[in-house]
Design a protein around this ligand. Structure first.
Ligand code: FES
Ligand code: FES
Length: 162
């Protein structure tokens, strides 16, 4: 009989809600979000730190949640795509991606939204190079990226006017 793996108690805030959970030391943050907290908007495209579909904000910084152990997130504040909408209103970044056709299948979109939020929270008016650098870790197989860049520019305008 294989020995049961003992679990570790951790607490973290996800989308402003406090969760106290038990996880195995090997549990990935993305597994905790999707499988224990039912936040399936964070996607898994590769599991090898390549695609960026699993990107969330951890204490304001974009991380690939397939590369972070849940225990490393103990005590942290996590923002996932589900936390962007407020009072039934899309976040300005979500609106911009829709308006600028910055998505097709949408699989990469949650990660791109969070990478964009990190960028715009640090730089209100990013240039082309800064935008490209900010999303360098997010792979999109559909759009060719041009409309994503337009969406980021439009989101920057929306957030300034908000
Ligand atoms: S699923 Fe995490 S980078 Fe692809
Ligand atoms: S919209 Fe399909 S992968 Fe980006």
């Amino acid at each position: 009989m294989p020995e049961a793996i003992s679990k570790v108690a951790i607490s973290l805030k996800v989308n402003s809600k406090l969760h106290s959970v038990q996880v195995e030391p090997r549990t990935l943050l993305v597994e905790l979000l999707r499988e224990q907290l039912d936040l399936t908007g964070t996607h898994v495209g590769c599991d090898t730190t390549y695609c960026g579909a699993c990107t969330v904000l951890m204490n304001g910084a974009a991380v690939k949640s397939c590369t972070v152990f849940a225990v490393q997130a103990d005590g942290s504040e996590i923002l996932t795509v589900e936390g962007l909408e407020k009072d039934g209103q899309l976040h300005p970044i979500q609106k911009a991606f829709g308006d600028a056709y910055g998505l097709q299948c949408g699989f990469c979109t949650p990660g791109l939204l969070l990478s964009t939020l990190q960028l715009l929270s640090r730089n209100e008016q990013p240039g082309d190079t800064e935008m490209r650098k900010a999303i360098a870790g997010n792979t999109c197989r559909c759009t060719g990226y041009q409309n994503i860049l337009k969406a980021i520019q439009s989101a920057a305008r929306n957030m300034k006017d908000a």
